[in-house]
Design a protein around this ligand. Structure first.
Ligand code: SAM
Length: 316
């Protein structure tokens, strides 16, 4: 942990339903200071950004990226009037180096990636991310990309669908679910969240190890299948690998990079990449174990319960 760390009393209040996760821990690790350049790879609703930006003054700079043009606009609005230069761009963080280049920045002092989706995306039924709301099976965070969840569900062959649900959702009933999806789509295409959720629930059926038993019992049977499709549609794991592989070219010596992940597949990639950089002597681990939410944060922000924060200092 770094000295001279800003210590906010608690996470900032909810803004339009959005509460950034692990804000206190992020600020402690990054320790933003006047004149620093911060790259926020996932600007979202500008929640973390709004805490970081004032600490970069005078003379610092905040650059935010997001694949969702709607969130780019919301982050811009949230950060308007900042005491430092703020640029928020529509870009995938795999393109971070190019995005920095466009803004005339070679490397940064602080890098944050708060992975996955934002609360406004999950609650927007039209995006089809939630099995709790009727909507199209879309799931794209970037509406400009062509691949949708409906395409995967209706076009992948049964084996590939089962593999996707197993590998990205860690769903042990993946084969049964894929079979049921293929049976159902022969009758009519599966185009909505509720159609898919019902099919998955029926595939679980009365399994003793399904909804009524085992470690899965507290979650809706559709949870893992929806997560798998979202990860696949948005290329979440390959994008994360791309970002982690690009870190050496993004960070100045002494820079801190912090990544918040929300499931074990992401966390494993972050852990491995950071271990590799530290073993090679290019970086120093700042979090021997991932930081997690404290009791208050878990209470006020349920999403923080699965958040894991890892950070390194780049030596170069
Ligand atoms: C958890 S939210 C970030 C919230 C933000 N830290 C805040 O406090 O408001 C994740 C955001 O990252 C964006 N995102 C997801 N994958 C991305 C990628 N590969 N490149 C850029 N943005 C991405 C999503 O669109 C979403 O807005």
């Amino acid at each position: 942990m770094v000295e001279d760390t800003p210590q906010p009393d608690a996470d900032p209040p909810v803004i339009e339903g959005h509460l950034p996760v692990l804000t206190r821990q992020v600020l402690e690790l990054l320790s933003p200071k006047a004149g620093m350049v911060c790259l926020d790879c996932t600007a979202g609703l500008g929640g973390h950004g709004s805490e970081i930006v004032p600490l970069l003054a005078p003379g610092g700079r905040y650059i935010g990226l997001d694949v969702d043009p709607g969130n780019v606009e919301l982050a811009k609005q949230r950060l308007a009037g900042a005491p430092v230069r703020v640029d928020v761009a529509h870009a995938n963080f795999t393109q971070a180096k190019a995005a920095l280049g466009t803004l005339g920045v070679d490397a940064v002092d602080l890098l944050l990636a708060d992975l996955g989706f934002a609360s406004n995306q999950m609650s927007d039924a039209a995006r089809g991310l939630s099995f709790n709301a009727e909507g199209p099976l879309d799931m794209r965070l970037d509406p400009g990309q062509s691949l949708t969840a409906a395409q995967l569900v209706n076009e992948l062959d049964e084996g590939a669908l089962a593999d996707l649900i197993y590998q990205h959702g860690q769903e042990r009933f993946s084969r049964r679910i894929a079979r049921k999806i293929v049976d159902e789509r022969h009758r009519s295409p599966i185009n909505t969240t509720s159609q898919l959720a019902q099919i998955v629930r029926r595939a679980y059926g009365h399994s003793k190890r399904g909804k009524t038993g085992g470690r899965h019992r507290r979650i809706d049977p559709a949870t893992r299948t929806f997560m798998a499709l979202r990860i696949a549609v948005n290329h979440e794991l390959t994008s994360l690998e791309g970002l982690l592989g690009a870190l050496p070219g993004l960070l100045r010596p002494g820079a801190v990079a912090a990544v918040i992940s929300f499931h074990s597949l992401e966390d494993r990639l972050v852990k491995r990449a950071f271990v590799g950089l530290c073993r090679g002597g290019s970086a120093q681990k700042l979090t021997p174990k991932p930081l997690v939410a404290d009791t208050d944060q878990r209470k006020t922000n349920p999403r923080s319960r699965s958040a894991k924060l890892r950070a390194i200092r780049w030596i170069g």
